[in-house]
Design a binder for this molecule. Structure first.
Ligand code: MG
Length: 382
């Protein structure tokens, strides 16, 4: 089988999320946005697809870095193809981001699953047929009855666990430009209110403001340890690995990372080697695809460490179901004003339907397990 064409098509759809001046998503009025679908096609009629941001798959990027390395190649050789594209990052003038690499790798894995007639989570190992999700909230806001106060978080967490069926909850704290943020004490009050409401047994995590100082973070970490939180992630700039090594040594709370730091599995191996985290973070979109995420997970397992996947979607779910050493699938982001379970216009169903017991199940469909509404996509091309 040979790759014959690589195309990216942009399509219009609506969104009910707005971005604040720091880039965080909040509920907002319905507006129009665009996404792109990257398709890799072959001479045998099979194709692989992934939906991503339009900027990740521009014609200039595909022409310079992707088509010259992939056209004419065997799409099943995902390891070889990942390296062929990845090596261009060194002299790619910063244009070839890990998100571009991820989009290509994910479309290739989708294709590979279809060629094998297998879901990708089984092709990668198939460690479990289902996984518990944690409800991952949006960042705090200043919306009435939204996520503006510790009591709002407590009320929403109560709904997530006692009505919707989540077995674990992760809070995102308040971040600028929300008035009053950042404030470790307010973050703590939200965590304490949620713990008080849900009782001692429900696993809880915090993903706060990402630019606290060491002393602010240590205070917060020790307070969360008292509340028996499962972990805290990315409370400081991750480029300073020494700061995380310092924090991990000083607090009982489990520190998870790195999440957004560049360097893929190599950076994560350094964090493990230097004891800068207790739990390893991997995300297909942060680290260049399924191919490096699996290496990270296997590395973590070799050190008896859990590897928790960052973010939602069919590809992160595939890795979480494939590996032995993980606890949860991150489902969200969730907010009282948004119905997460409603498919987007370009989907026939969401990638990660959750049952009443809080489990997301692996599907038997070949490929990544997306169910795209092709009529919608083709009817709304830009
Ligand atoms: Mg995070």
């Amino acid at each position: 089988m040979k790759i014959t064409a690589i195309t990216a098509r942009t399509f219009r759809h609506s969104t009910n999320t707005v971005r604040d001046s720091d880039g965080h998503g909040h509920p907002g009025p319905v507006s129009q946005t665009t996404s792109a679908i990257l398709s890799i096609e072959t001479d045998e009629g099979l194709s692989g697809h992934i939906v991503t941001r339009t900027a990740d798959v521009s014609e200039a990027l595909l022409d310079r870095f992707v088509r010259p390395n992939l056209i004419g190649q065997d799409p099943l050789c995902t390891e070889a193809l990942w390296y062929k594209v990845y090596k261009w990052q060194r002299l790619g003038a910063g244009l070839l981001t890990d998100r571009v690499l991820a989009a290509v790798d994910l479309a290739l894995w989708d294709l590979k699953g279809k060629a094998a007639g297998m879901p990708v989570w089984k092709l990668l190992g198939g460690a479990r047929p289902k996984i518990l999700a944690y409800g991952s909230t949006m960042c705090g806001d200043d919306l009435e009855n939204g996520l503006a106060t510790p009591e709002d978080y407590a009320r929403f967490a109560d709904w997530l666990v006692n009505t919707r069926g989540y077995k674990a909850v992760k809070l995102h704290g308040w971040m600028p430009p929300v008035p009053g943020a950042p404030d470790v004490r307010k973050d703590y009050r939200a965590c304490a209110a949620v713990r008080e409401t849900l009782g001692p047994e429900v696993p809880l995590m915090l993903d706060p403001h990402h630019f606290y100082t060491r002393t602010e973070v240590l205070w917060l970490a020790d307070k969360l340890a008292e509340l028996d939180f499962a972990w805290m992630e990315e409370p400081m700039e991750e480029a300073s690995m020494s700061s995380f090594k310092w924090l991990t040594a000083k607090t009982k709370l489990n520190i998870l990372g790195p999440e957004t730091m560049t360097g893929k599995h190599w950076t994560r191996a350094e964090w493990v080697r230097h004891e800068a985290c207790d739990i390893v973070r991997a995300g297909v979109w942060d680290m260049g695809g399924i191919t490096p995420a699996m290496k990270c997970a296997n590395m973590a397992e070799s050190f008896h460490m859990s590897c928790e996947m960052h973010g939602t979607g069919a590809a992160n779910l595939s890795v979480a179901l494939a590996i032995h050493n993980t606890s949860y699938y991150e489902r969200g982001l969730l907010h009282p004003f948004i119905d997460y379970d409603e498919p987007k216009a370009y989907q026939n169903r969401i990638d990660d339907e959750m049952d009443a017991e809080g489990y997301v199940h692996g599907r038997e469909d070949p490929g990544l397990g997306q169910d795209l509404n092709w009529d919608y996509i083709e009817g709304n091309l830009v």
